[in-house]
Design a protein around this ligand. Structure first.
Ligand SMILES: Nc1nc2c(ncn2[C@@H]2O[C@H](COP(=O)(O)OP(=O)(O)O)[C@@H](O)[C@H]2O)c(=O)[nH]1
Ligand SMILES: [Mg+2]
Length: 191
């Protein structure tokens, strides 16, 4: 799969806008500001393709990018932003339900911040992947901010908090330095 051949398809606010061509979908989830757009840009080798720094609260849309006409990269709306209203949260939940029920997900990528213990919302997202049986891996982003000698502990905290099985991978990643990009690419291509 040529990751360099990527096109934005659409921003979906409801089920009727989801692609219906049954191509595999690689779905990226993470709380607002964790660096989800930056990780996608780094992966695709593009600058500001998936827009970074979106205004939180206006992002309850699912963005679909078609990669090499073979698979979608799916940018789920970020969660966990404190100022989001109850109505927005409900809209987020309803959109997630629709999306996960829709069922063309081939791989989930849960992005967390390597510097911190995963949040309650991150745990909910991991539970969501576990509950729907979608295979997923966790990307520990912002690794450039974590010293080498603190990394093993950070990864263990992520593993235990998200209740990951031994078979579920956690990749150290940095959207700034590109660390972890090759590993993430091979995870995506393998499936
Ligand atoms: N140091 C560091 N900063 C990052 C990294 N990834 C993203 N950021 C910064 O985190 C902020 C949020 O990034 P963005 O991609 O918009 O997050 P999103 O809301 O999850 O899509 C921006 O200021 C990015 O420059 C990373 O790997 N390392
Ligand atoms: Mg974003």
């Amino acid at each position: 799969m040529n990751l360099g051949n990527a096109e934005f398809i659409r921003s979906a606010a409801s089920e009727s806008d989801f692609p219906s061509d049954r191509l595999p979908q690689i779905v990226f989830a993470g709380r607002s500001n964790v660096g989800k757009s930056s990780v996608i840009n780094k992966l695709l080798n593009r600058k500001n393709f998936a827009r970074t720094g979106n205004a939180p609260g206006k992002t309850a849309h699912i963005n679909f990018f078609l990669i090499d006409r073979k698979a979608y990269v799916v940018d789920l709306p970020g969660y966990g932003f404190a100022k989001v209203s109850k109505i927005e949260k409900e809209r987020w939940g309803a959109l997630m339900e629709q999306y996960f029920a829709h069922g063309d997900i081939s791989l989930g990528i849960l992005i967390v911040d390597m510097r911190h213990k995963p949040t309650a919302d991150d745990v909910i997202m991991a539970d969501w992947f576990h509950g729907t049986g979608v295979s997923f891996l966790t990307v520990a982003n912002k690794a450039d901010k974590v010293r080498q000698n603190a990394r093993a502990e950070a990864i263990n905290l992520i593993r235990s908090t998200l209740k990951l099985s031994l078979a579920e991978k956690v990749l150290a990643f940095s959207a700034v330095t590109g660390e972890g990009r090759d590993e993430l690419m091979s995870e995506i291509n393998v499936r």
